[in-house]
Design a protein around this ligand. Structure first.
Ligand code: SF4
Ligand code: SF4
Length: 426
């Protein structure tokens, strides 16, 4: 039986699981698709409900993971195949060339300052630009850039370009770096592949992409963040300071919400109150959401919120007003029609399975729920099991979770992996 463990996804749950496994003496392969570790949490300024500083929580964890000799962090990596069964999974991994030597690089930024290519920065929800050689944001870890060969001139017709290498006095840029493949054997697998917010094509009806005051939850998170595109200044996308604001909770359909999605919108109310204290926001809340629900431990926060809360029975409609900057938001309520005008509108998100979650559920033959998350066959015994022995979930792979619950699940998944290993004699 193999002793190593594979953790897929280096968000907060994946990092926590890796650190716990390492503290138990297990060697961990932590595989991450992007160039940085930290997951969605590194896009956030604060963590709900206590509104603690997200960086203060995640940064020490990132550094512990990167420094731990028992944790083999592989970024820009993709899993090609997984075969075998509990105690003996054989995993083939492809590592994309970064074209930057992580040992020589000190993250000084000279290379990306020299690069002439500008493209949309997906990490910033396309609200700012990045270079063909880049890190996604200030403070990213590892603080080592990579060359995006899809956009770099050298791989697209101009082999002469070497501006980034010339700018690097540490000779860290290496155009000869190539993709590599390797195989590992592990006893167990933890899937911490996270979630993705509900898709953008559902939000056109709210004037998103048309009016500068309309934000998705992910965009608003970046606008609020001190390392985001406006350095934390809450303005509309054309730079105006809003005088009124609204939030549509569950903007992706009545009845499809979980208490986590509701809670996430409450966080945006806190952001608005913090940065725009003179504004009393209007919050459009699904009337089927029960503020007395025992399942929602945050419902009292909604009741105490300093906002006008409107319970809607049909999703609000959003129309521009004359000059196109202000928005008119109208909805049906149990008492009749309600309308409000607003400069800024935040669209509450639903958490959906990430691309990685969908991919691994299929690759590993794991049963999934009607929402596409991994099915838990024995929820009464464990929150982290899947229908395949030896494979466990942590974080949002098994359904929407908050940060605290994700960390708790990571510990539970580690417990199951270690229990399996001890049964197998390792
Ligand atoms: S590759 Fe060189 S120039 Fe770029 S950040 Fe690293 S050390 Fe600085
Ligand atoms: S080779 Fe040129 S285009 Fe490519 S990353 Fe470097 S500076 Fe940018």
């Amino acid at each position: 039986m193999a002793a190593d463990v594979l953790v897929i996804g280096a968000g907060v749950a994946g990092m926590k699981a890796s650190l716990l496994l390492a503290s138990a003496g297990r060697r961990v392969h932590l595989i991450e698709n992007s160039s940085v570790i930290g997951g969605r949490l590194i896009r956030c300024e604060d963590i709900f409900p206590g509104m603690e500083c997200a960086t203060c929580m995640v940064s020490p964890m990132q550094q512990d993971v990167l420094r731990n000799d028992l944790i083999n962090v592989v970024t820009l990596a993709d899993i090609l195949s997984i075969e075998g069964s509990v105690g003996d999974f054989r995993v083939k991994i492809r590592k994309q060339a970064s074209c930057v030597d992580p040992v020589a690089c000190i993250g000084c930024a000279e290379c990306w300052n020299a690069c002439p290519i500008e493209i949309n920065n997906e990490f910033e929800e396309n609200l700012s630009k990045r270079k063909a050689i880049s890190v996604p944001c200030a403070g990213a870890l590892p603080n080592v850039p990579w060359i995006d060969r899809e956009h770099c001139l050298r791989w697209n017709g101009d082999e002469e370009c070497s501006l980034c290498a010339e700018a690097c006095v540490f000779a860290a840029v290496d155009y000869t770096d190539v993709d590599s493949e390797f195989e590992i054997t592990v006893s167990g697998i933890i899937l911490s592949t996270g979630y993705q917010p509900s898709p953008g094509d559902m939000i056109d009806k709210f004037q998103w992409g048309i009016r500068p005051g309309v934000f998705t939850a992910s965009e608003f998170e970046r606008y609020y963040s001190s390392n985001g595109p406006t350095s934390g200044e809450l303005v509309t996308k054309d730079g105006l300071k809003p005088e009124s604001a609204a939030i549509i909770v569950h903007a992706f359909g009545t009845g499809s919400h979980s208490s986590i999605n509701t809670m996430y919108s409450l966080k945006f109310l806190h952001y608005l109150k913090e940065k725009l204290p003179d504004i009393r926001p209007v919050v459009f809340l699904d009337a089927s959401y029960s503020p007395d629900s025992l399942e929602d431990r945050y419902h009292q926060k909604w009741q105490a919120a300093e906002a006008d809360i409107v319970l809607y029975t049909q999703l609000p409609e959003v129309q521009p007003i004359c000059d196109g900057k202000k928005l008119n938001i109208t909805c049906a309520t149990p008492e009749g029609t309600f309308s409000a005008e607003s400069d800024l509108l935040v669209l509450g998100t639903s958490m959906l399975p990430s691309t990685g979650t969908s991919k691994f559920i299929k690759l590993l033959g794991i049963d999934c729920t009607s929402d596409g998350f991994a099915t838990n066959p024995e929820p009464e015994h464990s929150s982290v099991m899947t229908t395949v022995p030896g494979i466990f979930t942590a974080g949002c792979t098994g359904g929407p979770l908050d940060i605290a619950s994700s960390v708790t699940e990571a510990a539970a998944a580690v417990g199951r992996v270690l229990a399996d290993a001890s049964r197998g004699g390792k």
